[in-house]
Design a protein around this ligand. Structure first.
Ligand code: MN
Length: 149
């Protein structure tokens, strides 16, 4: 593997010799129009750095898990649900997603939203909201509006 892998060799949001992957391999998990690139995956660090990109009109999975996420927005603008708050985010904003906190990323209309996400290589599987969890989230009108956008 090269020490330096140039950015955007073909003009798109890719890194040289980094494979463009499906966001998730489990087809039963809800999401729309998201890709994944694993930028660093080194057992000696025990962390992975991934780049996710959500296309216009797409969204990441609404989920929570014990592991935390450290996120840096790299491309575009959008909104993120973290717990009970919806935040507008844009390029270079940092987002910390605490343990066991519901979260979802959605791009602004007509834009792609790309972000780096650092995680522990050993991590628990995401939990999806139950019908009861969803009903609870939707009781807050701003969260309902976010989920229906
Ligand atoms: Mn997550």
């Amino acid at each position: 593997m090269s020490v330096v892998r140039p950015f955007a060799p073909g003009g798109d949001y890719r890194w040289k010799d980094v494979e463009l992957l499906r966001y998730k391999t489990d087809g039963s998990v809800p999401f729309k129009d998201v890709t994944r690139q694993v930028l660093f995956d080194d057992p000696s660090i025990a962390a992975q750095l991934r780049y996710f990109e959500v296309s216009p009109g797409g969204y990441s999975t609404l989920e929570r898990h014990e592991h935390a996420h450290a996120v840096l927005i790299l491309r575009g603008r959008g909104r993120v649900l973290v717990g009970s708050e919806v935040h507008a985010v844009g390029q270079n904003d940092l987002v910390s997603i605490p343990s066991l906190t519901w979260h979802q990323f959605r791009p602004a209309a007509g834009e792609s939203l790309g972000f780096l996400c650092m995680v522990n290589s050993e991590r628990d599987r995401p939990q999806l909201p139950s019908a009861e969890d969803l009903a609870g989230l939707r009781r807050d009108p701003k969260i309902a509006a976010f989920l229906d956008a």
